[in-house]
Write a protein that binds this ligand. Structure first.
Ligand code: FES
Length: 76
């Protein structure tokens, strides 16, 4: 596959809001820091939704310790 093919081929990214837990991100994504610097290129990641992770933006399972609860269901 040529470089250009990679650039033009759009991959779907799916974000799933996990019940009482993180955002599951599936698909090829670049995760940038607050300065726009690439911190990780991933095809699967879990991003903290509870605010308690010590490894933000990634989930480190602290949501369990802090008993974060949200059913993950969006507004109807
Ligand atoms: S969602 Fe898992 S540590 Fe925050």
């Amino acid at each position: 596959m040529h470089h250009n093919d990679v650039m033009t081929e759009q991959q779907n990214v799916t974000i799933t809001v996990c019940e009482n837990g993180p955002y599951e991100v599936i698909g090829e994504v670049d995760i940038l820091d607050a300065n726009g610097e690439l911190i990780r290129h991933v095809t699967k990641s879990y991003l903290c939704r509870c605010g308690h992770s010590e490894k933000k933006p990634y989930c480190d399972n602290s949501h369990k310790k802090f008993e974060f609860t949200d059913d993950g269901l969006g507004p109807q």
